[in-house]
Design a binder for this molecule. Structure first.
Ligand code: C2E
Ligand code: MG
Ligand code: MG
Ligand code: MG
Length: 283
């Protein structure tokens, strides 16, 4: 057994692997009961027009607060939920809960002055009757597909281009808008753009993060903005944290931004107090 014979490095490595496995096991165990325990909630992160910093839309982000583990990032638990086959149920919960908020806001004279973006994992999208379930869920609340943008990452979807494309076309016909999320991070970003006619392209935050320190990243962002516009898509820069980034993106004619510089993801109450329009608010 190699770890014992090749020195401390390997032993440490196998220790950290054991820790990772243990953590994964712990997260799966807790995750199985989280939905019934009511441990999920939603956060809302505004997107703004770069020109005037006014609200253009908002991304809905899933949050999990576990009694024992504390807050667990969706980047950690969503892959595990997929593996456990929990993602379909969880996805339906996110949509229902979003609709519930929309209805609640409406009942108090508040409305979202733009679309709400939901993240859809490839597994959900590829699951049979996904479109039917989505329609049914919105129908229950009387919500309109035109109020939503569906954010899709390419991971997994490229494995079955034909089926994925068909589903996306069905969704677009129903009135949903489609966004390509985390653009630039997958193995096949350009073929993704070529095969899937999307309405919006979201430039991954890793490029935005690097673009002020690295000319190549800067040029990639500029070229992506130009390409996206040429293809008739709306471009969103993700992860904008500084004024310098915002100014650089403006200079590239990037229309929309999302990131901590404008707002962190907010709980429902803070979101509605800060960003929602009421019947009496100024336009
Ligand atoms: P994403 O869809 O790319 O979401 C953007 C992530 O960037 C969010 O992380 C958000 O909090 C974070 N972010 C926003 N602005 C900034 C910034 O200025 N700087 C930095 N460093 N980060 C920023 P979060 O909420 O941890 O979500 C991580 C990922 O989990 C999401 O990436 C998405 O892929 C997935 N996810 C979240 N909610 C859901 C959901 O309801 N369903 C599915 N299938 N996936 C979800
Ligand atoms: Mg997203
Ligand atoms: Mg993203
Ligand atoms: Mg991401």
């Amino acid at each position: 057994y190699q770890a014992k014979t090749t020195g401390a490095g390997s032993v440490l490595y196998s220790q950290s692997m054991a820790d990772a496995l243990l953590r994964r096991q712990l997260v799966s165990d807790r995750l199985k009961h989280a939905l019934d325990a009511g441990a999920f909630y939603l956060a809302f992160q505004p997107q703004v027009h770069l020109a005037d910093e006014k609200f253009s839309g908002c991304e809905v982000l899933l949050r999990w607060r576990d009694d024992e583990l504390g807050n667990v990032s969706p980047a950690e638990f969503i892959p595990i939920a997929e593996e456990l086959g929990l993602m379909d149920r969880l996805g339906v919960w996110v949509i229902s809960e979003t609709c519930r908020h929309i209805i609640d806001w409406a009942s108090r004279g508040l409305f979202v002055p733009g679309r709400l973006a939901l993240n859809i994992s490839a597994q959900e999208l590829m699951s049979p009757n996904y479109v039917g379930t989505l329609q049914e869920t919105l129908g229950k609340f009387g919500c309109d597909p035109g109020s939503f943008e569906l954010e899709i990452t390419e991971h997994g979807l490229m494995r079955d281009i034909i089926a994925g494309k068909e589903t996306l076309i069905n969704l677009e016909e129903l009135g949903f808008r489609i966004a390509i999320d985390d653009f630039g991070t997958g193995y096949s970003s350009l073929s993704y753009v070529k095969h899937f006619a999307a309405n919006q392209l979201k430039i991954d935050l890793s490029f935005v993060r690097d673009m002020m320190i690295d000319q190549v990243s800067h040029d990639i962002v500029a070229a992506t903005v130009a390409m996206s516009e040429k293809l008739g898509m709306e471009t969103v820069a993700e992860g904008v944290e500084t004024k310098e980034q915002a100014d650089a993106l403006k200079a590239m004619n990037c229309p929309i931004a999302q990131g901590y510089y404008y707002s962190r993801p907010l709980g429902a109450q803070e979101f509605e107090e800060t960003w929602l329009m009421g019947a009496n608010s100024p336009a």
